[in-house]
Design a protein around this ligand. Structure first.
Ligand SMILES: [Zn+2]
Length: 243
């Protein structure tokens, strides 16, 4: 590979890396926001359960007090029985006792139902409390990892930009200008490999004569362009690549 080509290819590799890192960087805040949202949804659900628990506790207390008053009423009404003078009065008190007993009994039923619900929600809250704790820890460590990744990527970009500057100094201005123009026009990729007579940029066939030229390993070989997409092309043995 000629020197010019080697340098411009190296520049392309750096630009590709920078663009890859920048793309990843753009995605990270979204990933973090998604994690945050999931945690918030769980939190809201947990708080709803807590509220239900609170309300049931309150309802339980209220009914226990009502029952206590009802039982006191019953006791007082029964005491009045010994003072009655007439049968009519006696019947009226019996009726009153019956009504109070019935009220107390339904209050007891309500209390049992509430206690049953309380039992369930208490268990639920306990399980969710543990899960929320785990989720918070998980979110914290993921957030930390993302922030660390962002810092690392900034450092990586800075180091690539430094290499980018050094390379640019070694490339002729007219070639650089051409490179930039092709890059803008070709979705950020100005230099591509050619393999098996195919341009890896546009996947079109490269004329055989040009392909033969590309394979010549001349030191000062001129820069060649794909006749279809106009990108700078070079030949590289794709079998040896990555060995
Ligand atoms: Zn092409």
């Amino acid at each position: 590979m000629g020197v010019k080509l080697r340098l411009i290819n190296a520049l392309q590799k750096i630009d590709t890396e920078i663009s890859r890192i920048n793309n990843r960087k753009k995605m990270l805040p979204g990933e973090l926001a998604k994690l945050d949202e999931t945690l918030q949804v769980f939190c809201a659900d947990f708080e709803k359960d807590q509220k239900v628990l609170e309300e049931l506790n309150k309802a339980h207390k209220e009914r226990e007090e009502k029952l206590k008053r009802g039982l006191e009423n019953l006791k007082k009404t029964r005491e009045r029985l010994s003072d009655v003078k007439t049968n009519k009065e006696y019947q009226a008190i019996l009726k009153e006792i019956e009504v109070t007993e019935s009220k107390n009994s339904s209050m007891e039923d309500e209390i049992l139902i509430i206690m049953d619900k309380l039992d369930q929600i208490k268990k639920q809250v306990k399980v969710k409390e543990i899960e929320l704790d785990e989720r918070r820890r998980d979110y914290g460590s993921k957030k930390q990892r993302i922030e660390q990744e962002l810092t690392e990527m900034d450092a990586e970009i800075a180091s690539y930009l430094e290499k980018h500057l050094l390379l640019k100094e070694q490339i002729a201005p007219d070639l650089l200008k051409k490179y930039d123009t092709i890059k803008i026009r070709s979705h950020g990729v100005a230099v591509v490999a050619a393999w098996k007579e195919i341009c890896m940029g546009c996947h079109m066939n490269i004329p055989p004569q040009l392909y033969i030229e590309l394979q010549k390993d001349q030191k000062d070989i001129d820069i060649e362009y794909c006749p279809h997409c106009n990108r700078i092309i070079y030949w590289e043995d794709q079998h040896k690549k990555g060995e």
